[in-house]
Design a protein around this ligand. Structure first.
Ligand SMILES: [Zn+2]
Length: 263
């Protein structure tokens, strides 16, 4: 049986049998995969804390033919984000982000951009976790929205954003952008005023999400109302693709975008 070695992020673990854990990883070389860690629940497990969610690890595993679960041979921590003192809110966010990856990214398909997105998002979350309450309150929702839009984009479910979906006019500087039921942006002329009206700032915020690295995006002040509207759009697209709401979404009470009346 060939051994494989790759960088990976732990997305989720659950217990099977008395002493074993099953872990879902997003690996750099093999995409998302599930592995069993024998004996991981024992007190003196050789896996230690390496199987905590969103730990970046160096993973060694072997795969039997036709077996869905790989067998984890070794798992070393490369970078552990929030070993101690992580708030329950931050934990809730991480579970939600992990669930997005689990739901949107197919198994066994390597995707370097997803890997980099996870790493960059963790880096941003670490900075946010260290910030004061005001900054946290502003940046945490913005970071979650950033991840949602990119997850939709990388999974192929986010529309082309820069140009009108009908006439391809550049939407930069348009007074209003209108979204069709499918979430496709259109100029005023093509939409005929039908659909969801997006303020220019909201369109621009999403445009910046799609064109800026996470830390750059988070370094500019963000208007809470625009971020909330981005969240509404993301939640709608996510629910449409999955045909249900994500389980972990409900723990994000404070981050849940509120409905704003279109003015
Ligand atoms: Zn148009």
């Amino acid at each position: 049986m060939p051994l494989h070695e790759t960088g990976a992020f732990v997305l989720r673990t659950f217990t099977i049998k008395e002493a074993d854990k099953v872990c879902v990883f997003f690996t750099r070389d093999a995409g998302k995969l599930r592995g069993v860690a024998h004996g991981a629940r024992k007190l003196k497990s050789r896996f230690g804390a390496s199987l905590e969610p969103f730990t970046e690890v160096s993973l060694v595993y072997f795969q039997k033919e036709h077996k869905e679960l790989v067998s984890i041979s070794n798992c070393e921590i490369v970078s552990s984000q929030f070993a101690e003192g992580m708030s329950s809110e931050m934990l809730g966010v991480m579970h939600y982000l992990a669930e997005l990856v689990i739901e949107f990214i197919p198994d066994h398909e390597p995707n370097e951009r997803v890997y980099k997105l996870i790493r960059a998002t963790l880096e941003a979350l670490r900075q946010i976790d260290d910030a004061d309450a005001k900054e946290r309150n502003e940046k945490l929702p913005a970071n979650v929205r950033y991840f949602e839009i990119w997850m939709l984009k990388l999974a192929g479910f986010f529309p082309h954003w820069k140009n009108c979906g009908a006439c391809e006019r550049d939407l930069t500087g348009q007074a209003t952008v209108w979204l069709t039921n499918e979430g496709i942006p259109q100029c005023s002329a093509c939409s005929g005023g039908r659909g969801e009206e997006l303020r220019p700032l909201v369109w621009r915020t999403i445009y910046e999400i799609l064109t800026q690295a996470p830390l750059k995006f988070l370094s500019s002040p963000r208007d809470a109302r625009s971020i909330a509207q981005v969240g509404n759009l993301a939640a709608r697209l996510i629910t449409r693709v999955l045909e249900r709401e994500l389980k972990s979404y409900e723990v994000l009470d404070r981050l849940r975008p509120v409905e704003y009346a279109v003015t």
